[in-house]
Design a protein around this ligand. Structure first.
Ligand code: FAD
Length: 412
């Protein structure tokens, strides 16, 4: 390979866009092509369910870089173009347009897509998922205020995206019902105490929850969704349905090309796949987590950024970046939830503050070591917790539980 390999990045999202910028920052001067199937340059998705949905942010503020940055920095951006196949023998990718692009190094950053709900009626107008700016545009239009008419949104799935959209819809004046299959919201991603807190907070804001519920079908009138029919016979009339039942990795390209995959493209800590000429970053990957001695698929901006750094460093011959403690955030109403670490192998939870009012943190413990922290409007606890998790430092559980003891005083 020459000093300036031709780099092709497939997927112009948060990970792909960041990798392009970092490669230039790290001194890669060679040809670079960024191919994305959406019509927009790389943008941030988090605001789509938050500020942007509420009309508090404009389209430009979503972008990672101004559109002219790509031309100015010699990045050939091909938007609204889908990569259909990778030929690893000839080191080429084929686009839906028929174009074939050669690479020396390929970066797969194809992200994940919203999981579909397999029930009758999902194709009706007014039934949306929330993954792209185009999806958010549709949801925003459905929720737009009309004089003398209160809109009713049913959210199927009580995960982060569904709850954030529920909070935004409430602030737009809509009625919101969340239908959840499990017996609690956030069942897959948060502990019971946190679920209980968030459910109570949403109820105070007027959101209704229907738990342990199975959706039977979506009922339409003249092609427009009019109701959600549940298996117990109840019918929820509505103007729109948001399906928020998780995401699946877009790893088909990699699988078809014979790369090792396991619900996500398998990569190492340099973001390298089973082919040394191919890297994969972001939501599409299943990656090693040294702190937890396991592989995980993470769907978060910090993960996309970390893996973009790993790949850009490896490609440009820089030292590998230090491994990070995973983290994530979610904004709902005036609540900022910040989570660091993953509660793997935990024995119990230490609660700091009262888990009934904002300003508390839940520390997931393995003995005296913090493995994960869930902090609600408690940034100091989140930051210190994240550091302690990374250092695997033992802490004094009594001091940790005592809000009067500063977080810097909890390590043993
Ligand atoms: P994406 O940003 O999804 O980008 C992948 C891109 O590749 C997409 O544009 C896709 O269309 C394109 N693509 C796929 N296949 C092809 C192909 N064959 N050819 C060309 N292009 C292709 N994370 C947080 O940390 N905090 C939050 O608060 C938060 N909120 C979120 C709210 C919403 C509504 C959503 C949807 C996500 C949120 N996330 C949040 C998650 C975060 O946005 C993702 O983890 C992040 O976008 C992952 O980046 P990525 O580049 O891997 O994937």
């Amino acid at each position: 390979m020459s000093d300036s390999p031709r780099i092709v990045i497939v997927g112009a999202g948060h990970a792909g866009g960041t990798a392009a910028a970092l490669l230039r920052q790290y001194g890669h001067h060679g040809a670079m092509t960024l191919i994305g199937d959406e019509p927009l340059e790389p943008y941030q998705r988090p605001p789509l369910s938050k500020a942007w949905l509420k009309g508090e942010a404009d389209g430009d503020s979503l972008r990672l870089k101004a559109p002219e940055w790509y031309g100015d920095n010699g990045v050939d951006v091909r938007l609204s173009q889908s990569v259909r196949a990778i030929d690893r023998a000839t080191r080429t990718v084929s686009l839906g347009s028929g174009d074939v692009v050669s690479y020396d190094v390929l970066i797969l950053a194809t992200g994940a897509r919203a999981r579909r709900l397999a029930v009758e009626g999902v194709g009706l107008n007014g039934v949306v998922t929330l993954r792209t700016a185009a999806d958010a545009e549709v949801l925003k239009a459905v929720l737009a205020r009309q004089p003398h008419r209160i809109k009713r949104l049913v959210v199927i799935g009580g995960g982060y995206v569904g709850l954030e959209a529920a909070a935004s819809a409430r602030s737009l004046g809509a009625e919101v019902v969340v239908v959840e299959r499990e017996s609690r919201i956030l069942a897959r991603v948060a502990c019971t105490t946190l679920s209980t807190f968030f459910a109570a907070y949403h109820r105070q804001q007027g959101v209704e929850f229907i738990l342990d519920a199975a959706v039977e079908r979506l009922v339409g009138e003249n092609g427009q969704v009019a109701a959600v029919q549940l298996a117990d016979g109840s019918r929820l009339d509505c103007d729109a349905v948001l399906v928020g039942v998780g995401a699946v990795p877009n790893d088909e390209l990699a699988r078809d090309a014979g790369l090792n995959c396991q619900d996500g493209v398998l990569v190492d800590l340099a973001a390298r796949t089973s082919d040394p000429a191919v890297y994969a970053i972001g939501d599409v990957t299943r990656r090693p987590m040294p702190l937890y001695e396991t592989l995980m698929r993470l769907e978060s901006v910090p993960n996309a950024l970390e893996q973009a750094r790993q790949a850009a460093a490896a490609i440009t011959g820089r030292p590998a970046p230090e491994s990070e403690t995973p983290w994530f955030w979610s904004d709902q109403y005036d609540l900022k939830l910040q989570i660091a670490g993953v509660p793997v192998g935990c024995t119990d939870i230490v609660v700091r503050g009262s888990a009934t009012a904002p300003g508390f943190a839940l520390f997931h413990m393995a003995g005296d070591v913090i493995r994960a922290v869930e902090a609600v409007n408690a940034p100091a606890e989140f930051l210190a917790g994240r550091q302690l998790i990374g250092r695997r430092a033992p802490v004094c559980r009594e001091r940790l539980a005592d809000r009067a003891t500063p977080m810097r005083g909890v390590a043993l």
